[in-house]
Design a protein around this ligand. Structure first.
Ligand code: RAM
Length: 352
């Protein structure tokens, strides 16, 4: 985990106190509520009392529980008002009514993981016209309809990681399939396209991607789609599931089937959902970023926008509490950092 040096010392927090509290909310709190590198709209201080709402793809997904709680930590640090609202299903337009309500309530910052690149743009624009700053995190809208996108890892980084992990797991040759989230998901669709390009590299010439199926980030549907994959492709060597819901459901299916240990599985999963399947030999390794850090960074990005510290232009810098300084990249994207690979050697060190 990267913890960059923060500007706490500028704020009169003693070195001893801050060193002791560097990883705690207490230290970050003092930083966050008064700091922020300013190269943007002129302000240097996060305003107190900002209303910050998190709108995940779906609320009953442990990944979003962790990421949104990271957001809550940040909002408490800069003394804002936090709330989380959202649909139980990750369907394309399921977030529109929530956005409309948040607009009516006069939210200062809306942090949303979009189920579809276009379906929520009308509602997002309305919220912005009403004065809200809208930060997408995890899964973007199209770039014209939000202020910033906080990306977990570059798409290229995820594609390289996922293809490498499946290649290692199947010994570099054989048929593989992708079990994705919803068919419209901006994040998974971008990663899948980049994985296809990655698979064209000479070192992966013996790997054939046979199909992509969609479990809709629904546990049962993902389970059935995995079953269907094995029925349709009895010689399948591996599955990549770049969704926490999909990879956990696929692992559960494989671990109780004749394919356990024969068909490899990797993807993007939370350690707590995958632990049993790593320990029982169903899964060798998988990856993810720290979802709590992602939510935390997104909340700080939204607060920096709403406080006039940044406007969303490339090159602007802001401070995200304990995570330190970030710079806005091209197309209004801020990148959290590289993913972590989990396997039997390190999985017990993580609890999310
Ligand atoms: C699921 C969601 C989310 C994605 C993770 C990896 O929880 O689809 O958008 O980032 O998986």
């Amino acid at each position: 985990m990267t913890v960059r040096r923060s500007p706490a010392l500028r704020l009169g927090v003693t070195l001893a106190t801050c060193t002791a509290l560097l990883l705690s909310a207490g230290c970050a709190s003092d930083e966050g509520s008064t700091a922020g590198g300013s190269t943007g709209g002129g302000g240097t201080t996060i305003k107190e009392g900002l209303n910050v709402a998190f709108l995940p793809k779906q609320v009953n997904n442990p990944y979003f529980t962790v990421s949104d709680n990271g957001g809550k930590t940040a909002v408490e640090e800069f003394r804002g008002e936090y709330k989380e609202v959202g649909p139980s299903e990750a369907s394309a337009s399921s977030q529109v009514s929530y956005l409309n309500t948040l607009s009516q309530q006069g939210s200062d910052v809306i942090v949303v993981s979009a189920n579809d690149p276009n379906a929520i743009c009308g509602a997002v624009n309305q919220a912005r016209q009403g004065g809200a700053k809208v930060v997408t995190f995890d899964s973007d809208t199209n770039k014209d309809c939000r202020d910033l996108f906080v990306n977990q890892v570059t798409g290229q980084g995820i594609a390289e990681n996922q293809v490498k992990l499946i290649s290692e797991a199947i010994g570099g040759a054989g048929k593989v399939a992708i079990l994705s989230a919803t068919a419209n998901a901006t994040n998974q669709n971008a990663w899948i396209e980049l994985m296809k390009t990655e698979l064209k590299k000479p070192e992966y010439s013996k790997i054939e991607l046979v199909t992509t199926v969609y479990g809709n980030d629904d546990d049962q549907k993902s389970f059935q789609e995995t079953q269907g994959l094995l029925a349709s492709y009895p010689d399948l060597k591996g599955i990549i599931s770049p969704t926490t819901v999909g990879v956990a459901a696929a692992a559960r299916y494989l671990s109780g089937s004749e394919y356990k240990g024969k068909v490899a599985l990797t993807g993007l999963g939370t350690p707590n959902q995958m632990r049993d399947f790593v320990k029982d030999g169903t899964v060798k390794s998988f990856a993810l970023w720290n979802p709590a850090d992602l939510g935390y960074l997104a909340a700080y990005a939204g607060a920096a926008l709403a406080s006039g510290i940044i406007t969303g232009k490339e090159g602007e810098k802001f401070t995200a509490g304990k995570l330190g300084e970030y710079t806005v990249g091209p197309d209004g994207v801020v990148v959290l950092g590289p993913p972590t690979v989990f396997d039997s050697a390190n999985i017990d060190q993580f609890n999310f």
